[in-house]
Design a protein around this ligand. Sequence first.
Ligand SMILES: Nc1ncnc2c1ncn2[C@@H]1O[C@H](COP(=O)(O)OP(=O)(O)OP(=O)(O)O)[C@@H](O)[C@H]1O
Ligand SMILES: [Mg+2]
Length: 422
Amino acid sequence: MLHKEYILLLGADQYLRERAFSGAKRATDIPVWAATEDAVRKLNRTFDNMLSADPRDAESLLSAIRAYSAQGWHPRVVVPLNDWTVDSANAVNRALGLGGLDADTVTNARNKYDMKQALVAAGVLTPRSRLVESEEELLEAVEAIGLPVVVKPYDFGGSGGVVLATTREEAVAGLAASKAVIAQYGSAFNILGDKYLVEQCVDSDDEVSVEVLCGAGRAEVLAVTEKYLSPRPWFAEVAHLVPSHRTGDAELTALAVRACAALGIDRGLAHVEIKFDADGTAWVIEVAARPGGDGIMDQVERAYGINPYWLHVGSYLGNDLLDVVAAAEPVRTSAIAFLKAEPGRIEEVLDGKPLPLEVRSINISAKPGDLSQAAKNWSTREGLIELEWDELFGEKTWLPVTTAKELSDQIFMIGAGETVGE
Ligand SMILES: Nc1ncnc2c1ncn2[C@@H]1O[C@H](COP(=O)(O)OP(=O)(O)OP(=O)(O)O)[C@@H](O)[C@H]1O
Ligand SMILES: [Mg+2]
């Protein structure tokens, strides 16, 4: 039987990951497939084919892949695009002898406690942390680490259940709030959420994420993204801007590269989150072994004129694109900012007014009747805007946040009277 090959993208068939298909097409001319649990009811025609399989589950993927193998179709490599598929994609790659990330690397990238140990072992500065399950362990950890602390699930994302505590009481309430977030979303994201991290708090809102293309023995920084956070005690991401004014900071980019090496990431794009304390010292908050989410890749593409998914998929295919990354220069600024209604019941959504010239796209997800809560994590957003400027900013600009706030106030009419609990 004829041996026919395809590349399988996992997590690519989701909102704000659409450009992954185009990037994969640039990286290879073989068919680009995706996977979804029910490919009959959820067929996405962008892809050349879809497997009926749970993209987060290696066994489910392997059985769908084997069914096609019987017809002569074989995956050349499986590429993860989000946190929920890093494990499954690489488990399939290893099972089929297609390469992929080492199993320990995957564990370190998905379990924030193991990640911290790997970073510390490599001498990468990261907040001290302890793993806890009960309130008693939590209070012991608070004692050992010292207030303020950050409490978070050890295996979730999207800032879900990440909360600041400045007192013992807030730590106890924070752990309960974090557990409530996991009770609501844990099964949908296929995570355990059975343990929580108590971390030393890097007390500032100065934060970036760094996209690093990793290779065996060499890695190059593609872009530094400036991150904007919600008011405390939560850490919801409210905007991302590329390129950050810190893009040329060699110490920062070297730290991001060292963090990837510490975890043993040797292929694909990695997303490194770094926070600066009051002295300007850079601390690694976390490292993800996949391209950044939240539409950051689309901002990188506009700012640099390079589709980052081309690099990610190309790297999984064994193409050396590190020199492309080393030569990349930003040509404009691009940002994504999330729309946020004031807390309360949304009575009306007034869209259709002329938008500022720099607004390149708007997507409103909230409907009349929805309840808006204060920004907590990805789930409390009412939509997004993307913005573009021809200039490169020399210092932090608040334009993404102020524009999103002005538009949110114009668009979302909140009813009087109803109060919303936290
Ligand atoms: N130890 C810490 N000190 C200060 N801020 C922290 C700390 N840990 C987390 N944060 C803040 O909370 C945010 C979310 O935390 P973290 O990245 O660990 O969780 P996450 O759910 O994986 O986030 P996301 O998926 O949004 O990147 C960070 O980007 C940072 O702003
Ligand atoms: Mg994070």
